[in-house]
Design a protein around this ligand. Structure first.
Ligand code: 8ID
Ligand code: ZN
Length: 355
């Protein structure tokens, strides 16, 4: 096996925060160098998340490592497993997914409570450890997500971040079938999957985003109502009008714009849930405390998902109920993809092949 593993590979790397991403040669860790619990993956493909752009810019209050190999929603085949790895749930030849949480310790308080995303010793793909914008990647046998048969790697990739994240946000939104959910950012990577998971859960969807391409996508995926944020003068009034004056039961905000959040407090009905997902770099949540209390609103920061959320999200996708809408590009085209993402030009997702 090891003879087939090259010593060098192509990666997309950002030298310092804000620098342009470049394709470079980079060493591949040999199977002998793998620590117990590590595995080496030959990557098939990777999605590009808006988070990767935040990481490349270094615009969040928590800084990524540099030089940075980004990427955190990839699929690959296991080509090696570290010596002395105990109780590995995966074996050589398996197809697995890499998500934002590259690895968690499974022993700290947060892990014991199932909150692996808040592990005190977390390793984050494409942020604190090398990510999926690479042809070969070291990952962790206890944290990778097995990919079931019946779903192509390209269709599975973005479920590992975008899918898991919105699936979990909806799961904890305390909604029931027939309830209304508003999805600001519905035409983007996370949002278009949120439309589908919401429909799968029996929710009625009001999609908010901008432009004809995103409207068509949201409607085709099952959004019952559409609001174009670039045209609509009063989004709060429009949501209320569409919900018989009562407001929506929940909002899953996947835009990185602060207005998406403020409006939600106003259009949610009593006991509504605001699921905060989009991550603007600097904005604060400017909500009326009076109405948050008076309307018994819950504001819930929802951060990716744990291993179980990933398994549930990928199984629903593999059943055919949720499909990532993606365009294929090459790893070598990532710079252009970042430009398009920054301009809001991508409906759904871009998935990269590893060339
Ligand atoms: O765990 C988490 N919470 C998590 C996980 C993954 C990603 C959070 N994120 C964050 C990303 O870092 C990013 O800030 O979620 C945000 C959305 O990621 P994405 O879906 O990958 O981005 P996108 O594909 O660019 O989609 C964003 C959409 O928002 C629309 C854009 O047109 C785009 O379709 N949009 C914007 I910009 N402003 C809007 C507005 N005011 C808006 N839609 C409605 N109203
Ligand atoms: Zn992501």
């Amino acid at each position: 096996m090891s003879q087939q593993i090259p010593t060098s590979q192509k990666v997309a790397i950002v030298a310092s925060s804000g620098a342009r991403v470049q394709i470079k040669d980079h060493p591949v860790k040999s199977p002998e160098q793998l620590a117990p619990g590590e595995c080496l993956l030959k990557m098939h493909c990777t999605g590009v998340c808006h988070t990767d752009l935040h990481a490349a810019m270094g615009d969040w209050p928590v800084k990524p490592m540099t030089p940075l190999i980004g990427g955190h929603e990839g699929v690959g085949t296991v080509v090696a497993i570290g010596k002395n790895t105990e109780r590995s749930p995966i074996k050589i030849g398996d197809r697995v997914g890499v998500k934002w949480i590259a690895d968690s310790c499974r022993d700290c308080e947060q892990c014991r409570k199932g909150h692996e995303q808040n592990c005190e010793n977390i390793k984050i793909s494409g942020y604190t450890v090398d990510g999926t914008f690479s042809q070969y990647l070291v990952s962790y046998v206890h944290s990778v997500t097995p990919i079931p048969e019946g779903i192509e790697s390209e269709a599975a990739a973005s479920i590992l971040c975008a899918g898991v994240t919105v699936y979990r946000a909806l799961k904890y939104s305390e909604t029931s079938p027939g309830d209304w959910v508003v999805l600001p950012g519905a035409g983007g990577g996370l949002g278009h999957l949120a439309v589908q998971y919401a429909r799968y859960m029996g929710l009625r969807v009001i999609a908010i985003d901008g432009g004809e391409e995103k409207r068509e996508l949201c409607k085709a995926l099952g959004a019952e109502q559409w609001i174009d944020f670039t045209q609509c003068k009063d989004i709060v009034a429009e949501v209320k009008r569409l919900t018989d004056g009562r407001g929506a039961h929940a909002a899953v905000v996947t835009t990185a714009s602060s207005s998406g959040y403020t409006q939600a407090i106003d259009y949610l009905r009593d006991n509504g849930h605001l699921m905060a997902v989009g991550l603007p770099a600097k904005a604060t949540l400017d909500a009326s405390i009076f109405f948050t209390v008076f309307k018994s609103i819950t504001i819930h920061g929802s951060y990716v998902g744990n291993r179980q959320d990933a398994v549930e999200a990928i199984n629903i996708a593999a059943s055919g109920a949720v499909k990532c809408h993606y365009k294929m590009r090459k790893l070598s085209e990532i710079d252009q993809v970042y430009d398009d993402l920054a301009k809001g030009k991508i409906a759904g997702r871009v998935v990269l092949s590893m060339e």
